[in-house]
Ligand binder design. Structure first.
Ligand code: ATP
Ligand code: MG
Length: 176
């Protein structure tokens, strides 16, 4: 088991760069041979560049995607969406509590909680039970105040400009 001191990090805000920051951290940790586990809420596409790259180049990293994809209008979710989010959360929580991983990433968990797909109290409970050597990263816009309070680091990515607004649509290698 590692003697490292784990930290809880939140990447939030309305600008682009939260998920890619978490992936950058995973790349760095993998270079040290660290074990990494990432769960993704509302992302089910295994052809995303990062998923293909992780499976090809990062042998110490495990990724689990959700079954359901895309966020909908608030209140527009079905039972399957709640079950799916609960399942994704349970897998990430299990990875944290096992103490087997140096880094556990919950991608889009903040936005999932904002959409009430999972409970903020469940996130706080998981953080409380986190073995001290495990680093946990929580990404997504609109992070809950209580989650940010519980974190050791909070970085907000603020949109100043985004190419989407000038008509440049999502592209491979840039958005996915
Ligand atoms: P990335 O995955 O590129 O690091 P992100 O995780 O910060 O982005 P999310 O909030 O998860 O951003 O949004 C996912 C997608 O929406 C990304 O493809 C991103 O390019 C796009 N996006 C992010 N911020 C904005 C914005 N302010 N306006 C329009 N699209 C955005
Ligand atoms: Mg993201």
């Amino acid at each position: 088991m590692s003697t490292k001191r784990g930290v809880v990090m939140v990447y939030t805000g309305n600008g682009k760069g939260k998920t890619t920051a978490a992936l950058g951290l995973a790349l760095r940790a993998s270079g040290h041979g660290e074990k990494i586990y990432m769960v993704q809420f509302r992302k089910s596409d295994p052809t995303y560049g990062e998923i293909k790259a992780i499976r090809k180049f990062l042998p110490t990293m495990t990724v689990v995607q959700s079954k359901r994809s895309r966020f909908r209008k608030k209140g527009d979710f079905e039972q399957e969406d709640f079950d799916d989010a609960a399942n994704v959360f349970a897998l990430g929580k299990e990875a944290v509590l096992s103490g087997e991983y140096d880094l556990v990433i919950f991608d889009e968990i903040n936005f999932a909680a904002y959409n009430k797909l999972i409970k903020v109290e469940d996130i706080l409970d998981m953080l409380k039970k986190r073995p001290p050597h495990v680093t946990v990263v929580l990404t997504g816009r609109y992070a809950a105040e209580a989650v940010m309070e519980a974190a050791d680091l909070v970085s907000e990515v603020r949109e100043i400009k985004h190419h989407f607004h000038s008509g440049i649509a999502a592209q491979p290698g840039v958005e996915y």
